[in-house]
Design a protein around this ligand. Structure first.
Ligand code: NAI
Ligand code: 15L
Length: 268
């Protein structure tokens, strides 16, 4: 049966906030969870992903998990180890012990950030593109994808790993014109990932139907995802401000953009 209750980790964050407004419209009852208080959510669970007992308690009784929580920028290795490696392991172990059969894992374009940037609009990058993380953060997403594969092969827990491009209300850079996942398409994709049958462990890219798309949405579409949005209406303004991407610039030559040389850092 399709999941009805879903735990959303990282619910106080940007994507969590966008999704808590949208996923109930698809019929889900959400249990929100974060280490920080979730605004206007008195029933939200406060739990540190690094605390196995708290995570197990948060997971108990839900049908599925949308795992958005963790450090979402670059940080020192020990911090990424705690929140992302240990935190994601705690989610999978709690799911196994509590009998939760479906997880949607927020992976990232930074799992493959050192991959050369494809031609704009070529939709060239397949979902089996090999891991080339650009940061410890990206490495934690490679780990999460591999952990998902292990828990499918060994324990029959299904995962869709969504390599999210840039999920924000609007694209704000020329790079994001290729990577943008509109909030509405994000909800469409997460809903498809939560409900599609027999996903095993499937890796998909998370983008809208952008004119300047870099990657292949075939595996995402195989779940029933049909993106409706396109970043192109923002292109004229952003290109006027920044110019087009220049392949001779190392920060433009890789999928991960400026993250390959100077990643934005998680506040410490
Ligand atoms: P965000 O930084 O706004 O939200 C992450 C949330 O996780 C925060 O509310 C934070 O308090 C929580 N968190 C961090 N460490 C935690 C811990 N130890 N225990 C419990 N909660 C903890 O990030 P955003 O943008 O909402 O991203 C959501 C997820 O999607 C993240 O996993 C991120 O890596 C991934 N992602 C997001 C992209 C985007 O465009 N927004 C692109 C690619 C991946
Ligand atoms: C990510 O993985 C980050 O979590 C998000 O904040 C954005 O920076 C995004 O990648 C991006 O590459 O735009």
């Amino acid at each position: 049966p399709a999941p009805r209750t879903a735990l959303v980790t990282g619910a106080a964050g940007g994507v969590g906030t966008l999704m808590r407004d949208r996923l109930p419209g698809y019929g889900y009852e959400l249990r929100l969870c974060d280490v920080k208080p979730v605004p206007d959510a008195p029933d939200a669970v406060t739990a540190d992903l690094a605390d196995p007992a708290a995570v197990r308690e948060a997971v108990r009784g839900v049908d599925a998990i949308l795992h958005l929580g963790g450090i979402s920028l670059e940080s020192d290795f020990d911090s990424v180890l705690r929140s992302n490696f240990q935190g994601t392991y705690n989610i999978y172990e709690a799911a196994r012990r509590e009998g939760v059969r479906r997880i949607v894992f927020a992976s990232s374009n930074h799992a493959i950030g050192f991959t050369p940037t494809p031609a704009s609009g070529s939709a060239a990058l397949p979902a089996d593109t090999r891991h080339r993380p650009d940061t410890f953060y990206g490495l934690s997403k490679c780990f999460g994808e591999d952990l998902a594969q292990l828990y499918w092969d060994k324990h029959g827990i299904e995962t869709v790993s969504v390599r999210i491009g840039s999920c924000f209300p609007e694209p704000s850079t020329v790079r994001m014109l290729s990577l943008w996942l509109s909030p509405d398409d994000g909800a469409r994709l997460f809903h498809a990932a939560l409900t599609a049958p027999d996903v095993g462990h499937t890796v998909v890219y998370g983008s809208s139907a952008n004119t300047r798309l870099w990657w292949d949405l075939t595996t995402a579409r195989s779940l029933g995802y049909e993106p409706r949005d396109d970043s192109e209406p923002w292109a004229a303004k952003l290109v006027a401000e920044e110019g087009e991407l220049d392949p001779a610039n190392p920060d433009h030559a890789h999928m991960g953009g400026p993250w390959v040389s100077n990643p934005p850092r998680w506040p410490t």
